[in-house]
Design a protein around this ligand. Structure first.
Ligand SMILES: CC(C)(COP(=O)(O)OP(=O)(O)OC[C@H]1O[C@@H](n2cnc3c(N)ncnc32)[C@H](O)[C@@H]1OP(=O)(O)O)[C@@H](O)C(=O)NCCC(=O)NCCS
Length: 157
């Protein structure tokens, strides 16, 4: 199912499940976004996962999110594992549209809460997550090779 999100900046963004044909564009955005990017195979393994979504703007993949829902001590917990927007498309609402949609997908799959890890220095991402109701839970020293992570969490209704 494709969902249209009107953005207040440039045009509309469509959110839909990722397909194999999207993976090269996804990997290109990943490489442009992270010092330790996921390889192609890591994304390939998530194809078919309801929480692997791409955002399409003007017919091109502009960003993606990878999330899943697992059971932990009897509770369904969502985990946002990766999210990025093409550097030229940032600040247009694409990341917000992806996050909004993936939270709905995880809620539909029974998640009671959602967690994610973010680099301690990544103020832009932390601001986005706070806008979506995430709160810092704890710090994980050296989670990334060169930096601590902040674990953020929010409940879902
Ligand atoms: C984090 C990221 C996914 C956000 O995507 P985006 O499409 O730029 O986000 P949006 O346009 O929806 O903006 C959402 C919020 O992010 C923050 N934001 C966006 N652009 C910003 C900027 N230039 N400076 C500071 N904060 C900014 C704001 O809080 C914004 O809210 P607003 O719309 O009320 O201003 C994107 O910046 C990105 O891909 N970063 C590199 C990869 C990354 O760090 N991923 C997160 C890993 S945990």
């Amino acid at each position: 199912m494709t969902v249209q999100f009107p953005t207040d900046r440039e045009g509309d963004v469509s959110i839909r499940p990722a397909e194999r044909a999207d993976l090269l564009a996804v990997v290109r955005i990943e490489n442009a976004s992270f010092p330790q990017p996921w390889p192609y195979d890591a994304f390939d393994r998530f194809l078919g996962e309801p929480g692997f979504l791409v955002a399409v703007v003007e017919g091109r993949v502009a960003g993606y999110v990878v999330a899943d829902v697992t059971s932990s001590v009897g509770r369904r917990v969502g985990h946002v594992k990766d999210i990025a927007v093409h550097p030229e498309r940032r600040g247009e609402g694409v990341g917000s549209a992806l996050l909004s949609r993936v939270l709905a997908v995880m809620a539909a799959h029974g998640a009671e809460s959602v967690k994610l890890e973010v680099r301690r220095s990544n103020e832009r991402a932390k601001r986005l997550y706070r806008e979506f109701g995430f709160e810092a839970l704890r710090r994980v020293p050296d989670y990334y090779d060169d930096e601590d992570a902040i674990v953020m969490i929010r409940k879902l209704e």
